[in-house]
Write a protein that binds this ligand. Structure first.
Ligand SMILES: [Fe+2]
Ligand SMILES: [Zn+2]
Length: 446
């Protein structure tokens, strides 16, 4: 049944079905905005499809299922604006088959009023509706790409252009804080220079972002040559490329290594590599090896004692951890704590090792990696989920030492800070989940 409403606003018809073409999202020209607001041209709703159908001034359109619109009502009864949290408990409060009694668009196309069958009225802004639009189809990701995150993959050329910021500038200027976290997100690595050479500086950076991540090794750790060691990190041996703490279920996302003292003789350089860049090469050239590394869980284990007492960690994850669309989330390589490949049969074991060898060898290809010998007062900050680190061995001589202070920050905290700063300084990009794809764990910059 069709009926026409006239409620002081533009009237329109309820239609039983609609057959509009569904174009993909596209840019809207300025003539479709009024004082910066996006304008609606026509609104219809179809009780059979249980959808409200909005046509915009540029003739594109989007459909909004009834339950979705009701569930997301932004009024103060349904939504706590201050914290962006839902007050409505949809399952308790809303009939899943709820439908509107009346849907009206304002004459200027900026507002939509929906009177629901349960008596509730939602007043919806056109900008809000556009923001809440749903895609008609979700495009599968480009198979060749290992990540759709808006990041810059790099090889050894990064050595010439690694982002560098001064410690004092980060501490005193929010614009520089934004640049710090943003370059860390984009490149996965950056250098902080001119840091006062004394312990406690990393705590200041942690406080700036939010807080440092506590681990079994403490909030910060001194990586120097110790008397009694619980890790090869505290020796002078060469350390192969690795990601820290893969045996943690919540692996720390960001690592900072602060150089307090460096040996003047050869060795002791930090090696760094963009594992996502190398994974992309592997995927292109040896797709089978790439697949094995994304599908096979590796068991990591470590036990020992540190300032918090005895520890015994065990965790399993693939070396290349991907989301449900096959995009890279983390690289978990840690030769020291690797135990075994899980669920790989005797027949498949050689193949698995071949994939592991191939990926590991590519990491050390001079075109992919670079070495940087930290000077005292320098901090290298890197994405522990993406950039692998290692160290060249060194020999200690009388009166000489090498001492780095190490700590972690979780990406959750850093992303939150990036969003807060981006909004405050009115500068994008701001880190956001890619909601159109509903991808868990992937975030992108708008
Ligand atoms: Fe490490
Ligand atoms: Zn409401």
């Amino acid at each position: 049944m069709c009926s026409v409403y006239r409620m002081g606003w533009t009237r329109f018809q309820i239609v039983l079905s609609c057959h509009l073409a569904r174009p993909q999202f596209r840019g809207l020209s300025t003539s479709h905005f009024l004082f910066g607001k996006l304008l609606m041209k026509n609104v219809e709703h179809s009780p059979t499809k249980r959808m409200v159908d909005i046509t915009w001034k540029d003739d594109t359109s989007h459909r909004y299922p009834y339950i979705y619109l009701r569930d997301n009502c932004p009024c103060s009864e349904c939504f706590f604006k201050e914290s962006g949290q839902r007050l409505l408990d949809v399952v308790r409060d809303v009939d899943i088959n709820i439908k509107p009694d009346k849907v009206e668009m304002s004459d200027d196309g900026t507002k939509l009023s929906v009177a629901w069958s349960d008596g509730h009225v939602s007043l919806l802004d056109s900008d809000w509706l556009f923001e809440k639009r749903l895609a008609d189809e979700v495009k599968p990701p480009d198979f060749a790409e290992v990540t759709t995150r808006n990041v810059v993959l790099w090889g050894n050329e990064i050595k010439e252009c690694i982002p560098r910021l001064k410690f004092h500038d980060i501490l005193s200027d929010e614009e520089v804080q934004f640049d710090w976290l943003n370059s860390l997100y984009r490149y996965g690595v950056m250098l902080i220079t001119d840091t006062p050479v004394q312990e406690g500086q990393l705590d200041k950076l942690g406080e700036l972002v939010g807080y440092l991540r506590m681990t079994a090794y403490g909030k910060t750790t001194l990586v120097s040559t110790r008397q009694k060691v619980n890790s090869v990190a505290y020796t002078t041996y060469t350390l192969p490329f690795h990601s820290d703490l893969p045996y943690y279920e919540c692996k720390p996302g960001i690592q900072m290594l602060f150089c307090l003292e460096q040996i003047p003789t050869e060795g002791g350089e930090n090696s760094l590599v963009d594992s996502f860049n190398v994974a992309q090469q592997l995927k292109k050239e040896e797709p089978h090896a790439y697949e094995l590394l994304t599908n096979t869980h590796v068991l990591f284990r470590t036990k020992g004692a540190d300032i918090l007492g005895d520890y015994d960690f065990e965790g399993a994850r693939p070396i290349l951890e991907v989301d449900h669309l096959g995009r890279l989330l983390r690289c978990n390589l840690n030769e020291g704590t690797r135990q075994c490949f899980l669920g790989v049969t005797a027949d498949k074991t050689q193949e698995m090792y071949e994939a592991y060898y191939s990926f590991s060898k590519r990491l050390t290809d001079p075109k992919n990696m670079f070495l940087h010998k930290l000077s005292s007062g320098e901090i290298v900050v890197f994405d522990n989920d993406r950039v692998l680190h290692g160290r060249t061995g060194y020999t200690l001589a009388e009166g000489m030492g090498r001492c780095l202070e190490s700590t972690y920050i979780d990406w959750d905290v850093a992303r939150s800070k990036l969003n807060v700063l981006g909004r405050k300084l009115k500068k994008g990009p701001v880190a956001r989940m890619d909601s159109n794809l509903s991808v868990v764990g992937q975030w992108t910059t708008a």
